[in-house]
Design a protein around this ligand. Structure first.
Ligand SMILES: [Zn+2]
Ligand SMILES: [Zn+2]
Length: 307
């Protein structure tokens, strides 16, 4: 399988697009599949820059309903909607305007439409549309796997922003196939309780880990200092063997620009640089990641071949 980092930033970065991946493999019938793992609002220009045809996407997996993971679904849905021939249903493979299969946890799929997409997509030229008008749907029941190109794909609940008292429907993805390395995409994780996902960290051979590089904990994503086990972060220290598996997907443009934010706001000292004022300093993140035992920071367009 070929994995391409479509973007390793998020809605808050100008250059790094969204934390989305392209997975390419062939099924048992020899048909090539291209699965988009999350579909953030800048996926379309990101794919274009990498020379990847959006029409070639066969499946879209959605981890959770934040905009930087679903922001392009409306555009892709309208792009594939068959105005002339099949106004009530997503088109099948083989049609010139085939609709991708949309894969998500069953409850998330419902919320995706009711909370996010319905307002912009429910009414088109007098037709009451459903999500199934635009996409072929594959809702995955809780605690069930789906199969993709011979890979068994498990949805791993992550702790992510809470609404009131309820943890969002947020699911990373673990891919397993006999004779192949197991791959774990955390998507967005808060890392606040790494013990709960340690089982999956151990099971995986390769981990694609979200990683903010701010000098404070946003509470939305895992933070570099936590993952690296910095003593000030009050975090469970990950075993070195786990860090060795991790490709980090950073969320800020300043990382790829070789900069680091220093701040006295949190009162924390980061890697020996306790700034006296907020600002930017030069910083070699790749060198730091190597020193801390990570595989490294993913770059936009980087390809990881999994054999
Ligand atoms: Zn999120
Ligand atoms: Zn996100």
């Amino acid at each position: 399988m070929k994995i391409t980092a479509i973007g390793t930033g998020n809605a808050f970065s100008a250059k790094n697009f969204n934390a989305c991946f392209l997975l390419e493999d062939t099924d048992s019938a020899g048909v090539e599949h291209r699965l988009l793992l999350d579909c953030g609002q800048q996926v379309l220009p990101a794919l274009r820059l990498l020379g990847i045809d959006i029409e070639s996407i066969t499946e879209i997996y959605i981890s959770h309903a934040h905009s930087d993971h679903i922001g392009s679904l409306e555009a892709i849905g309208f792009m594939h909607y068959d105005w002339m021939n099949k106004p009530k249903e997503a088109t099948e493979r083989g049609d010139s305007r085939q609709s991708p299969v949309l894969i998500a946890n069953k409850n998330l799929m419902h919320e995706l439409w009711e909370w996010s997409l319905k307002g912009g997509m429910a009414c088109i030229e007098g037709l009451d549309a459903e999500l199934s008008t635009y996409f072929r749907l594959m809702p995955v029941p809780p605690n069930k796997q789906f199969e993709w190109c011979g890979w068994s794909c498990s949805l791993i609940q992550q702790v992510h922003i809470m609404t009131g008292s309820v943890i969002l429907n947020t699911f990373g993805l673990m891919l397993e196939k006999p004779g192949k390395p197991a791959i774990y995409f955390t998507t967005d994780s808060q890392h606040c309780s790494p013990r709960q996902i340690e089982l999956f960290y151990r099971k995986a051979d390769i981990v694609f880990q979200d990683c903010e590089c701010l000098p404070f904990l946003s509470g939305v994503h895992a933070n570099y200092a936590q993952l690296a086990g910095h003593p000030d972060t009050n975090s469970v220290v990950l075993n070195t063997s786990i860090r060795n598996k991790m490709w980090l997907t950073h969320y800020q443009d300043f990382v790829s620009e070789g900069k680091k934010v220093i701040s006295t706001l949190s009162g924390m000292e980061f890697y020996g640089k306790s700034g006296t004022q907020s600002g930017m300093i030069d910083f070699d993140w790749d060198a730091q990641a190597a020193k801390d035992g990570f595989r490294g920071f993913l770059k936009v367009g980087q390809v990881i071949q999994v054999d």
